[in-house]
Design a protein around this ligand. Structure first.
Ligand SMILES: *Cc1c(COP(=O)(O)O)cnc(C)c1O
Length: 231
């Protein structure tokens, strides 16, 4: 994908976000496009930035750190959307502005301690396993309340901002809407139960971000539709 292609894709997606927001009575500016740049070269991030994109999602810590080092412009933010591996927790604070995929208290504690040492706070979302698929991470819906309870009891430097999910892929994106709706419902229930304000729902990818917006997404994670297919 060249720069022109990336810019064209971004313009189309921004338009589609605006439209999906409008038909569901929301404003386009309530939704942040996280451009998922995993496995794509840093040049593509720079091209997207030159076209106005500022927020990028990365799955692999070392790959993201290498890219951050090579970026010449600092006015971009990276969100971590990959598997949370304990030995990587120490690298996240100060580099990523948000973690979307928190799914273990062990990782939360390690990240929390590291943030404490550095005097930083980090925004986090809890990934929820909305479908029974062994290949995907996430906290099971039945364990979500007790997870949040433990989190609120023991974590000091992480700011819980909402929930994230990765539903199964359907060729008809209408079929994924119930999963998005269930995540929104869980967020509402957590807010009620714990008296929290959780501003974010991270849901929707290339194939279904419009449906996710109609169900309340505030962060959509789009890779292929911007940067082309990955190897
Ligand atoms: C790769 C990835 C995406 C982007 O997927 P596309 O289908 O390429 O848009 C979104 N979220 C997560 C967690 C991912 O790993």
């Amino acid at each position: 994908m060249d720069k022109e292609g990336i810019c064209k894709n971004l313009s189309l997606i921004w338009e589609e976000i605006e439209k999906a927001a409008t038909v569901s009575g929301r404003k386009g500016e309530e939704i942040t496009l996280v451009a998922v740049s995993k496995h794509k070269p840093v040049e593509m991030i720079e091209w997207a930035r030159e076209c106005g994109q500022r927020c990028f999602g990365e799955n692999y810590v070392q790959e993201a750190l290498d890219k951050l080092e090579r970026l010449t412009q600092r006015d971009v933010e990276f969100h971590f959307i990959g598997r949370c591996q304990s030995n990587k927790a120490k690298y996240l604070p100060g580099k990523f502005s948000m973690v979307h995929s928190l799914d273990s208290m062990k990782f939360a504690s390690l990240l929390d301690k590291r943030c404490g040492k550095l005097g930083e706070t980090m925004k986090v979302l809890i990934e929820v396993k909305v479908a029974e698929e062994d290949t995907k991470g996430g906290v099971g819906p039945n364990g979500l309340f007790s997870f949040v309870e433990q989190f609120l009891d023991s974590i000091e430097n992480l700011q819980l901002e909402g929930l994230m999910c990765m539903p199964p892929y359907f060729s008809n994106p209408e079929r994924v809407r119930p999963y998005f709706a269930s995540l929104r419902k869980m967020k509402d229930e957590l807010e009620q139960r714990f008296g929290l304000h959780l501003p974010h729902l991270s849901m929707g990818m290339s194939s279904d971000f419009k449906e996710a917006i109609m169900e309340g997404a505030t962060l959509v994670r789009v890779g292929t539709r911007i940067f082309g297919p990955r190897d």
